[in-house]
Design a protein around this ligand. Sequence first.
Ligand code: UDP
Length: 390
Amino acid sequence: MNHPTKQQSNILFLFSDTGGGHRSATEAIIEALHLEYGDRYTTEMIDIFKDYAPPPLKMLPALYPRIVRAPRAWGLGYHLSDGPRRVSALSAGAWPYVRNAYRRLVKEHPSDLIVSVHSLANEPVLRALGKARPPFVTVVTDLVSTHASWYHRWVDLCIVPTEAARRRAIKYLLSPEQVRVVGLPVADRFCQPPGDTEALRNALGWPTDRPVVLLVGGGEGMGPLEKTARAISKANLPVVLVVIAGRNKNLKARLEAYDHWMPTFVYGFVREMPDFMRAADVLVTKAGPGTITEALNAGLPMILYSHLPGQESGNIPYVVSEGAGVWAPRTNRIVEALRNWLDNPGQYDMAVRACRKAARPDAARRIAHILVETLEKHKAEKELSALASM
Ligand code: UDP
């Protein structure tokens, strides 16, 4: 963080590297703030677990990939805890244990606006802040089946990506005035008009004479990614296969050792996802909200092969009903879906158009505007009340 000068206001973002989506959304909003307002506002990102929580919660980002490898147990936990009263009861139970850590967080990071980009940041940080606090805004990064912990009644504003997420906010006791449907923020480069694909592929070192299939399992290389890569490879389709193993180093090593039957490029965690998506023709992925939204913006039709029960369940009907992709939970169905798009360019083009129709390329910039309006309004009110009390 740059230290704010007297005129600058500071915006604190609360996120965590549990998966890759919270970081991507936070960075997209910060990028939009800089694009729209230059250096007028300083920003800080705090990982609510890694940077402040007491052990073992501190290890949650590191343990997350292992935890979600038991999807049934995860789904059960999600459903059992999904309700405002249950969230309150769980949070009240955890409060004595985390209170010192989060009180320290708010003391060490004085800010003019706090933005929560992680559902589990809301309750402890709002409690730690007390009544005399800066405005607190939540940006929900799940698309449809959003958990009750995203919706805290004390927030000034809750920004959601879809109408379905807005309905859940109201069901979970937020007032309509607290909720704004804007879209899920993604990096500006996903939202640029389609550029010169051939130049992008040349720069990446990929062949330009056949379609590119991009295979991604979120930030952690989740889902049956290896099995899927092998099945696509064995089908020997006339495509280039690009596989991203994310932070999963073992998976990357196994994929590299495999004798692929088609031109194949294997990567670990990449920072150039906007170029990868804009250079590819089809995305094969788990139903992660960040990846889906980036693909919609990049006009990249998708085949969804798995989902995390709970927060990602609603993403599949969402993508399918928009016409932007298909659900193919088994490897033979993935290969079938790929073959279908290769054989039917008309159907493929329709899916590209559906992606662009469902995209909200201005979401990050609109969120930046809303944050600044909220911050400036609060500042003006504070100045007025200071004048009135003189
Ligand atoms: N991602 C990335 N590089 C990688 C793999 C993933 O930047 O090598 C990003 C991806 O573009 C997306 C995020 O990580 O923004 C994954 O978010 P998503 O919500 O899809 O899934 P999660 O990892 O949070 O479960």
